[in-house]
Design a protein around this ligand. Sequence first.
Ligand code: BES
Ligand code: MN
Ligand code: ZN
Length: 460
Amino acid sequence: MHPIFDVSSAAQATPITFVTKSTLDDVVGGLNASARTFVRSSGFAAKPGQCLLMPSSTGDIEGVLFGLEDAASRWKDPFRPGQLPGLLPRGTYRFANAPHDTRLAVLAFALGSYRFARYRKADKPEVTLALSNDVDGAELSRVVEAATLARDLINTPANDMGPEELEAAARAIADRYGAAFSSIVGDDLLKQNFPLVHAVGKASTRAPRLIDFTWGDAKHPKVTLVGKGVCFDTGGVDLKPSSGMLIMKKDMGGAANVLALGQMIMDAKLKLRLRVLIPAVENSVAGNAFRPLDVYPSRKGQTVEIGNTDAEGRLVLADALALADEEKPDMLIDLGTLTGAARVALGPELPPFYTRDDALAADVARCAQSEHDPLWRLPLWAPYDAWLDSKVADINNAPSGGFAGSITCALFLGRFVEPTTPWLHVDIYGWTPSAKPGRPEGGECQAARAIFKLLDERYG
Ligand code: BES
Ligand code: MN
Ligand code: ZN
């Protein structure tokens, strides 16, 4: 059980009562006279996110009122209770009545208590939540632990999270669940035919690598996860401006979320054969860096012209997807922080996903909604595929013009996956730019919870 959840002391826990504008009078009417006076004199109006600590006659905190969106309002944030850990003093709490969605509220409470504390003692909320019997604490713990893993990996700066450290993190997870682990490092990438992973990573003093682990019964359906593990993205020779580079420690967010998803799958013992592939590199600048207009072979055989060294994520994913596809997986899923264009289109909280499979798309959209892990389908728009043409090679990694950048990136990746493979690609952001309920600022677990729900439905 995650330490935020308390299963023993429900009796002593301080009750949190959820209140909306329309239930306020009823709730206040049920209080004793001095409490009623206190609510009125404090001006508590049950605004969403408003919190009132209720004192007892001896000055202890006897209860908490917390405002939620009204039942009739256009948008009810199911994660609103994720604000509570940041507002409450140390203690053990319980929900006295039901919020709009109890499971998501409990999840948000736990996710909202996260702080990144590797380098200094963060002001981590010292709260625990006593769970009632109708909440599956083990299931929620699995999700919270996975989200914490993804956030910690992303928040760790590149000096402590290079390709080697990312490999160590993957190996630790693989070992914990008895997965078979291997890794191809440095020039061995050339010998074993991963020319694009090598090209992107070779300018760094920290060797590029392809991380690969496999778990589960070989007779079960094969689900393969591929995550972009660019530990820092300077842009390469097409160097990013400082404003664009500032959060590029998060460019291994795809890898972090694939590890989070893999951990949930193994922990829940889903009936599938899992494979996790992470091309882990640092996109650096040096004399031996790959350059614009260079042409490289790829694992799948096509030659690739470099239109822009900053479009590196799709290059490393191309070789990893080609390898994944060689064993004809029953489902192939890749996650990566691939384009700024996805943010322009949909913003940081709503990553676009792509698939050729309409039934899979419907399931992804439904699971994203029910998990409150939002995803939105964009099309693999075939007419734009020609934009990837190169004058000298089979394909260019960065079409000029810049229109529909997230779509052309997805189309690029699609050239490395056979049309018959059930394939899902998600262009995540992996970062919360300013805190939201249940989502502290910084690295974020994105798409992993939604996809876990989908896989749990199919293979649970
Ligand atoms: N890692 C970036 C994408 C990114 C940028 C994600 C900012 C989130 C915030 C990726 O490697 C990249 O640089 N993409 C380029 C592609 C372009 C050169 C075709 C981009 O989006 O500008
Ligand atoms: Mn880049
Ligand atoms: Zn990148």
